[in-house]
Ligand binder design. Structure first.
Ligand SMILES: [Zn+2]
Length: 80
């Protein structure tokens, strides 16, 4: 049985590269029983997703004219 410390390390590691089957199973088993590590995993995944989104939109994707217009219109209709 993995400890919480090991699981948190493996969760981070699993973002870098796929874990070997045995470790993956160990993590999964632990997560089923440990809400703390589940929360940790969820946060880690969210953070990664956010960072990916950020990375994708940065640094060189200026808004298209269309998008800019859409935002302008949205702001206008929102401001009543
Ligand atoms: Zn745990």
């Amino acid at each position: 049985m993995l400890t919480c410390k090991e699981v948190s390390k493996l969760v981070s590691e699993s973002l870098e590269h796929p874990l070997p089957f045995r470790q993956r199973m160990g993590v999964r088993l632990h997560l089923m029983m440990c809400s703390m590590c589940r929360a940790y995993q969820k946060q880690t995944l969210l953070l990664r997703a956010a960072m990916r989104t950020y990375a994708r939109h940065e640094p060189s994707e200026p808004l298209s004219e269309q998008a800019r217009q859409r935002i302008k219109n949205a702001l206008k209709t929102d401001g009543k």
